[in-house]
Design a protein around this ligand. Structure first.
Ligand SMILES: NC(=O)c1ccc[n+]([C@@H]2O[C@H](COP(=O)([O-])OP(=O)(O)OC[C@H]3O[C@@H](n4cnc5c(N)ncnc54)[C@H](OP(=O)(O)O)[C@@H]3O)[C@@H](O)[C@H]2O)c1
Length: 243
């Protein structure tokens, strides 16, 4: 039986690399995207050329909570079940304190915490059947919040707590873990070279990570960690040691 995975926000960047790794490990994939239809289609075509009918696409705004159950149901219907849910999609932008709007709050909490929570809840019956697992992509900012990103940071802190809470509730059938990246891919809206240099100088490994570093950690937790649950694996070149 071919195993299957649903990866959210997976058309580009880290999510796309997670899809590539899981696919190379033999998984059938539902690649969820929101706005990046062209990238999603290109990646699906590329991987379907490697293994026919192994990647399907589903589009959704994850802020529409009522659509999440359907997203999971369709994934399971495509592949006859679900083995892995990877909550990767995320909004990320600064929210300087004093001027934060409820729209920003709902957007950042929605994509980084509420959607992962309700996707997990919808996925549980399918995951239980397959002794599957949930992987939440968090951030080292959950424990070491940076200035001007309070809403994003607290959403990721919630995601880390959710990982531990659901690990307790869903054991022994379902494992729940996460990965907390450090500086991997720079945000596309942030081009300040001085800020990047300052961040890199504080990383013991003296460089940014690569999307593949996160994808490898995900694959480890999915396929090679049967006795690991409730953990957030930090992949940050040692940066959080000094935060
Ligand atoms: N990049 C880093 O160095 C870094 C560092 C620490 C943590 N992380 C975490 O690692 C994960 C991946 O990072 P990344 O930089 O690759 O992410 P990203 O490019 O910022 O976002 C990933 C995807 O999330 C989707 N998304 C955002 N809001 C959504 C919504 N309301 N509904 C549905 N999809 C939505 C977008 O999909 P569409 O493009 O299809 O609209 C986007 O492509 C995230 O959870 C991030 O917080 C990344």
């Amino acid at each position: 039986m071919v195993k299957s995975a649903l990866v959210t926000g997976a058309a580009r960047r880290i999510g796309a690399e997670i899809v590539r790794r899981l696919h190379a490990a033999g998984y059938n994939i539902v690649l969820h995207y929101h706005r990046s239809a062209t990238d999603a289609e290109a990646l699906a075509n590329e991987l379907n050329a490697v293994r026919a009918n192994s990647v399907r696409l589903l589009q959704a705004d994850l802020l529409e909570t009522e659509r999440l159950t359907e997203l999971v149901r369709q994934t399971a219907a495509f592949w006859g079940g679900l083995d892995v849910l990877v909550n990767n999609a995320s909004g990320f932008y600064p929210t300087p304190f004093g001027a934060i709007t409820e729209v920003q709050w709902n957007d950042l909490l929605g994509s980084n915490l509420k959607a992962p929570f309700f996707l997990a809840q919808s996925a549980v019956p399918y995951l239980r059947d397959r002794k599957g697992c949930i992987i939440n992509i968090g951030d080292i900012y959950a424990d070491h919040p940076i200035e001007k990103y309070s809403v994003y940071s607290l959403a990721k802190a919630g995601l880390a707590t959710m990982t531990r809470a659901l690990a307790k509730e869903l054991a022994p059938e379902i494992r729940v873990n996460g990965v907390e990246p450090g500086a991997i891919l720079w945000p596309e809206h942030d081009a300040d070279p001085a800020k990047k240099a300052e961040i890199l100088a504080r990383i013991p490994m003296k460089r940014a990570g690569e999307a593949s570093d996160i994808a490898k950690a995900v694959l480890f937790l999915v396929d090679d960690a049967p006795y690991v649950t409730g953990q957030m694996l930090v992949v940050d070149g040692g940066r959080s040691l000094f935060s």
